[in-house]
Design a protein around this ligand. Structure first.
Ligand SMILES: Cc1ncc(COP(=O)(O)O)c(C=O)c1O
Length: 385
């Protein structure tokens, strides 16, 4: 807020600044709440996109949530300190991190960790024993060869489940998977297929564990593209999704959202013109936008971001072509085309939609929050590990 009682205007914000359109964010939150509400599963929102307790409160206000997902122990500690007590740390765990996990468990957090390897499970069990805690763990399932996990039909799955179930320092809470391959699915049919593969692979893994006589309560799946694909989620108990709160150009490039649904942007000021090249320069370089070039491999390359007017309406084929640390070079998307620079006076403001919302937000310490395009406050976000 300003020194006076009235709210800040966009023109008064020091740039570059991370701007959050709360009205649009709430629409995105409602969209996911409806999609998951229909499925019968609970939503376990991933807070890694926003890392903001204020945003999480808006997510909870829409209902249907059960616990949170985090990508760092720093998120787990921060959100627990602010009232979240059911937390899935959805990145593989190692013994060196068990002391911090144990502190959270002893303080009353219902923290669940993720493993996909027998040696890893033995090592964290030893660390847990030294800390005098029992660690709830989920087995990560690999449904699409994208990243971590073990295959639902592998013998290793039952070996690992048996090892966990028989170790007094561990408790098998369930199975989880993340269909990261869905970020390459650019048609609705491909996303539905990825979502069905995600759900059926994880349900199958849980059934095999149960058939071996071992309890496997939670079946946790999710990514934004698959969560919105309306697959049959029979047997799935929870869905994790994160980037939907803001959406971004990568999601728009896949067809998961429209550019107009992107709630996050970087407010920038025009600091120079290069008339002979027909480009302009702003104060939003990669420090403000991130180096993410996630749309480079998509049908429409958005450079380092799609440029909007100060009210947030996309200008069409105007993109951030190049980035230096604190300079963003904005020009026309078409090779050789020049911008009419008199439309962008020096000192005027623009907004830039991010390729990858998580990466762009991570460049900033707080959000300037807008309602009806007026600044209603400043929300902090956390970083670090
Ligand atoms: C393990 C895990 N679960 C859920 C998600 C959420 O995916 P999205 O951001 O597409 O909603 C991610 C994202 O990377 C993830 O790594």
């Amino acid at each position: 807020m300003s020194h006076t009682d009235r709210p800040l205007t966009l023109a008064e914000i020091q740039t570059p600044a991370l701007v959050l359109d709360r009205d649009q964010m709430r629409r995105n939150i409602a969209l996911m709440a409806q999609a998951i509400g229909r499925s019968g599963a609970r939503l376990r929102p991933h807070v890694k996109t926003h890392k903001s307790v204020d945003v999480w409160h808006d997510v909870c206000a829409a209902g249907g949530t059960g616990g949170i997902t985090v990508s760092t122990l720093a998120e787990a500690e921060h959100f627990f300190a602010h009232g979240a007590d059911d937390i899935l740390y959805a990145v593989g765990i190692v013994p060196a991190k068990i002391a911090r996990a144990a502190r959270l468990l002893k303080a009353g957090a219902r923290l669940t960790l993720v493993v996909d390897d027998a040696d890893q499970a033995r090592a964290i069990a030893a660390a847990a024993q030294a800390e005098a805690v029992v660690l709830p763990v989920m087995i990560e399932i690999d449904v699409d060869g994208h990243r971590a996990g073990i295959r639902p039909d592998s013998a290793a799955l039952i070996t690992l489940a048996t090892l966990i179930a028989s170790d007094p320092a561990l408790h098998l809470a369930g199975v989880m998977t993340h269909a990261g391959g869905s970020y390459g699915s650019s048609t609705a049919a491909a996303r539905l297929a990825a979502a069905q593969q995600e759900a059926s692979g994880c349900v199958r893994a849980a059934s095999r564990i149960r058939a071996a006589g071992i309890a496997c309560e939670t079946v946790s799946i999710g990514s934004t593209p698959t969560a919105l694909a309306q697959a049959d989620l029979a047997g799935v108990t929870e869905v994790r999704a994160g980037v939907y709160t803001f959406f971004d150009l990568v999601m728009a490039g896949l067809g998961v959202a429209e550019p107009g649904q992107i709630a996050l942007s970087v407010l920038a000021t025009v600091i120079g013109h290069q008339a002979e090249k027909g480009v302009l320069i702003t104060d939003a370089g990669w420090m403000a936008l991130s180096r993410d070039r996630g749309t480079a491999s998509q049908a429409v390359d958005q450079g380092y971001g799609l440029v909007c007017d100060v009210m947030g309406s996309p200008l069409g084929d105007v993109i951030v072509q190049e980035c230096n640390q604190e300079h963003g070079i904005i020009g026309a998307r078409a090779p050789g085309a020049r911008l009419a620079l008199d439309r962008f006076p020096i000192g005027s403001q623009l907004r830039i939609l991010p390729n990858h919302a998580c990466a762009t937000a991570a460049q900033h310490a707080h959000y300037m929050v807008l309602e009806q395009n007026e600044v209603i406050g400043q929300w902090p976000r956390i970083g670090g590990w």
